[in-house]
Design a protein around this ligand. Structure first.
Ligand code: NAD
Ligand code: LMR
Ligand code: MG
Length: 438
């Protein structure tokens, strides 16, 4: 496991003799900390300097590692500790680049003025040519109002920018889409809908991200109705797709019949309710759910689910448990039932750690880092843009979930997000389904 929460780069100097790096590695391991990358920065005649990335659970663990390395002596020196995550964010994570080189006067005239004016006139006459002569068909707006940033809550759009840049980086890396973050300084559904409508002509699709419930439902519904490009709220449908994929895999491994299974959901916000609707549309008959908000519970009842107030009782009755509350540690280890499937999806910290759930007897357990909508949204948009789909339909989402489940290795719940195959199979499945519907 190397994705623990505190990541630091340690600059360590060791004498150039065998065994010294081993001493440092042992000191780190004995403190219960994982090592990420080791990069050799400088090899001198008597000593070597390396950057060692460590992944810790909490500050005390990090301090213990630092103390132990400092006490090793014998020429081993810890020179500096830097925050690897903050360092990686310096200057932002994305950058708009020209696809054409502009070196000569001829380039300038072709790429910019006067040549560009002819292209403008052509598009004015035949607007559909914009898809051919601009990047619009490959641009997706990543829109947030900052009201439900991960499980951090309403931290505002500016503080949400690192997440939006992250989604853009994943779009680029996995499927070559240009994702453009749009930060909205309003939470008013009318203003959000109007603003997105006013900017929509520059985009081939709209990804709504980390917009809180319940206003996210109205915003998405209205934009889907009023725009003729794909609109998808990632926290709802991207999450529902990946969760369905994980549950399909789990039921294949355990023989649990999804139609007969009792699904317990804790947290009935954007992610929770979309997961519930997806499950029900897939044939799950019994969803029981808990939320601290009465309005959220009413939604579940309207969809045909049963609400319950005691989390302990929900755990007792469920074969499959999905949690999306944003509250770390909400589910107690003692409540886990033998053979249960537990997906604790809140980021950055789950409601119960997968290791703890497995120790307590769960058959399968995962958190929001592995069962993550990154497995869905890139391929879903690539497929929809390739097909020139005007919307993302339920059938396209189910096709994506099945493609993810089918590319999952035996014994696992979902593929690794860095497996490049998964994004292309999702995109192909979504494109094929969209074309069948055109
Ligand atoms: N793994 C993924 O891909 C993924 C995707 C989307 C969201 N998430 C995570 O799911 C969480 C929720 O996101 P969202 O967009 O649905 O937010 P949201 O604000 O729409 O929903 C959160 C819901 O949890 C409920 N809740 C909060 N505390 C609770 C408690 N103690 N007991 C019961 N209910 C409680 C709230 O009332 C609300 O209805 C976040 O932590 C987010 O990171 C994960
Ligand atoms: O951003 C993520 O890691 C997944 C998800 O969109 C979330 O809000 O938690
Ligand atoms: Mg999100």
């Amino acid at each position: 496991m190397i994705d623990r929460n505190i990541i630091r780069a340690l600059v360590v100097e060791t004498p150039s003799a065998p065994g010294n790096l081993g001493k440092v590695a042992s000191a780190i391991g004995l403190a219960g900390v994982d090592i990420g990358d080791i990069e050799t920065v400088q090899v001198g005649p008597t000593s070597t300097i390396r950057n060692i990335t460590v992944h810790c659970d909490h500050e005390e663990q990090l301090n213990k590692v630092l103390d132990t390395i400092n006490q090793l002596g014998n020429g081993i020196h810890l020179h500096a500790v830097s925050d690897d995550v903050l360092r990686a964010h310096e200057g932002g994570k994305i950058h708009m680049k020209s696809r054409l080189d502009v070196r000569s006067l001829a380039d300038l005239r072709r790429v910019y003025t006067p040549g560009v004016a002819d292209v403008c006139r052509l598009i004015q006459k035949e607007p559909e040519k914009a898809r051919l002569y601009t990047g619009i068909g490959n641009n997706v707006a990543i829109v947030t109002d900052g009201t439900a940033i991960l499980g951090l809550g309403d931290v505002g759009p500016l503080a949400g920018m690192p997440v939006m840049e992250g989604k853009a980086a994943l779009f680029d890396r996995f499927v070559g889409i240009s994702g453009i973050p749009i930060l909205l300084s309003t939470k008013d559904p009318d203003a959000i809908v109007q603003t997105v409508k006013h900017i929509a002509s520059g985009f081939g699709g709209i990804l709504l991200e980390d917009i809180g419930s319940p206003h996210c439902f109205e915003v998405e519904e209205r934009l889907k109705k009023e725009l003729d490009i794909p609109v998808m709220h990632d926290d709802q449908h991207g999450t529902a797709v990946v969760t369905l994929a994980a549950v399909i895999s789990a039921s294949r491994h355990t023989g649990v019949n999804l139609k007969e299974a009792v699904v317990g959901q804790v947290g009935l916000g954007a992610a929770g309710l979309a997961i519930c609707r997806m499950f029900m549309a897939y044939g799950v008959r019994q969803v029981i759910g808990a939320d601290k908000s009465e309005a959220a519970k009413k939604y579940l009842q309207d969809y045909g689910g049963e609400t319950i107030d005691s989390l302990e009782e929900l755990m007792e009755r469920s074969d499959i448990v999905v949690t999306t509350t944003g509250v770390p540690g909400l589910i107690q280890k003692e409540w886990v039932k033998k053979g249960q499937i537990i997906l604790a999806l809140s980021n950055p910290k789950p409601e119960i750690e997968a290791e703890a759930a497995l120790e307590a007897g769960a058959a399968y357990a995962a958190d929001g880092r592995s069962v993550n909508n990154v497995l869905g949204f890139p391929g879903i948009f690539r497929g929809a843009l390739n097909a020139r789909a005007k919307e993302i339909t339920h059938d396209m989402l189910v096709a994506a979930a099945e493609a993810i489940a089918d590319s999952t290795k035996k014994g696992e719940l979902v593929p690794h997000p860095l497996d490049p195959r998964v994004h292309s199979v999702v995109s192909q499945a979504v494109e094929a389904k969209a074309k069948r519907n055109l």
